[in-house]
Ligand binder design. Sequence first.
Ligand SMILES: Cc1ncc(COP(=O)(O)O)c(C=O)c1O
Length: 389
Amino acid sequence: MRAYLDAPVERSGTHCEKWDELERHFGRNDLIAMWVADMDFRTAPQIVDAIVTRARHGIYGYTDNGQEDRRAEAEWLQRRHGLAIEPDWILFSPGVVDSIFLCVNALTGPEDSVLIQTPVYGPFHWAAQLYKRKLVFNPLLETPEGWRMDFGDLEAKFARGVRLMILCSPHNPVGRVWREDELARLVALARRYGVIIVSDEIHADFVFDGLRQTRILSVEGAAECSVLLTSATKSFNLAGLRQSSMIVASEKLRGQLAQALKLAHADSPNLFGAIAQTAAYRHGDEWMDAVVEYVRENRDYAAAYIAANIPQIGCRPPEGTYLLWLDFRRLGMTQEALVDLLVNHAHVALNDGLFFGESGRGWFRMNLATRRQNVVDTLDNIRDAIRSR
Ligand SMILES: Cc1ncc(COP(=O)(O)O)c(C=O)c1O
């Protein structure tokens, strides 16, 4: 499996945003692509086989209701995360971002406020902005022990009136894995103030160091006020197939979201997305374990390298996700100058921290889900660019 993950894979010329769109996003092509959150690993062989076998059939007509796919997903959640759900709680949607937008549209009104915890994945901001809801920030706190929620600020904002909160769990980009007691406190506050929690758990399979990801629906009291968003696309590198799930225990919320899917005519599954997801959830355990271990080693390599060779960059190893959130503020450079340094001198493409909101100024996000050599080269290049500045 290690050789499989270490092998170079040519992604250029494959309709691949990360490697084929460098020029458009960064102004040049000769960069190591460490940005878009997909992986440079081929997915599990069992998934490829399932897709190829079905593709050979040659008829790609309308797809069934997905009951078998729901069962496979429920079994994965039980086996890997200890979460018991009813398969019927699952509503399929084309993507997690689609689901976030749908939740904001269907579960809030024009006067309602939507709360997010910044810095956070760009589309969380857009969901509120595009639907013209009031966007309320509950900035995360960087403490010596790591990233934490500011519960005092959160409660004050809930008390002033928030209808829906979009939670990122584990958190992109800071890599925090929220603990059960933190989520229990959050759910208690949400119930007290009538807030719906939309919990984006797309990164939940990437959790390191023996930590356990607490799925929101396993928190006491969460079932009535929460929507869990998840997908096999992040875990198994299937994002181009467009498939995800909203898992909703509350009949009332599920009815509202099912109706919203119907209104958007987005309630029929993608054939290959469904096939890939079910093959992943049925046969993907060993591949998943190997990838998580590989990413963890990349993370440890990067953290040790930065501490030893580029101490100007702040780096807190993530507890979850395959993303490294890097703090360049000590260099005292403007965002534009940092982008120039990374792109035109280090020749690497990282995500600009401003994609995650204003509090991302001075920060960049690096994708660790790639073969080790890319991580080594990226860090060597950044070190050299900073030294010769
Ligand atoms: C937190 C988070 N949510 C959602 C997505 C995208 O999900 P989808 O491709 O299913 O829309 C990403 C992709 O990077 C992400 O990091």
